[in-house]
Design a protein around this ligand. Structure first.
Ligand code: GTP
Ligand code: MG
Length: 168
């Protein structure tokens, strides 16, 4: 079986762990417990082919971002996570994307998926779908609006990334 690894990046509290744990264990993490670093593994079937996927859930907290370079070097694919309820978290993702290309090489085709979380919190939404479409088109990456709480579109994120990683 082929093996792939993915790194989950994004600002603190945007829902990286909730997204990851929903995918890995199909549970919703209600309590906020800031991550230092967590590694998970599971098999995933995409288009009839089973693979192992290792998922590295990183810390959003500022004091840990020195590790990003190490994660980028060892990561094959990246899930860039922001919260649809927090405009500023989208800027953080933009910064992470630049860092990835700087380290991987500007011309490399890095598997990336852009993910907006907390889609269920419709009343608190700050990022318009149109804005997200623009950014994703400019970057040439797929995007998903998700809810770890309601289990909306979570599996699709990981499937898409595996599909991209197989090709590259
Ligand atoms: P750090 O580990 O500090 O970087 O944060 P994180 O990005 O891992 O955030 P985490 O997944 O811990 O989620 C932060 C808070 O947001 C938690 O209380 C979650 O329950 C909540 N949350 C995450 N995803 C969702 C979602 O889809 N909907 C709702 N309503 N809440 C969510
Ligand atoms: Mg976390």
């Amino acid at each position: 079986m082929r093996e792939f690894n993915a790194v989950v990046f994004g600002a603190g509290g945007v829902g990286k762990s909730a997204l990851t744990v929903r995918f890995i264990r199909n549970e919703f993490v209600e309590n906020y417990d800031p991550t230092i670093e967590e590694e998970y593994r599971r098999t995933i079937e995409v288009d009839g082919e089973l693979s192992w996927l290792e998922v590295l859930d990183t810390a959003g907290a500022e004091q840990f971002t020195a590790l990003n370079e190490v994660y980028i070097k060892s990561g094959r694919g990246f899930i860039l996570v922001f919260s649809l309820t927090q405009e500023a978290s989208l800027q953080e993702v933009e910064h992470l994307r630049q860092q990835i290309y700087r380290i991987k090489g500007e011309n490399s085709r890095v598997p990336i998926v852009l993910v907006g979380t907390k889609l269920d919190l419709a009343n608190e939404r700050e990022v318009e779908r149109a804005a997200l479409e623009d950014i994703a088109a400019r970057w040439g990456v797929p995007f998903y609006e998700t809810s770890a709480k309601r289990d909306w579109n979570v599996h699709d994120v990981f499937e898409d990334l595996v599909r991209q990683m197989r090709l590259r």
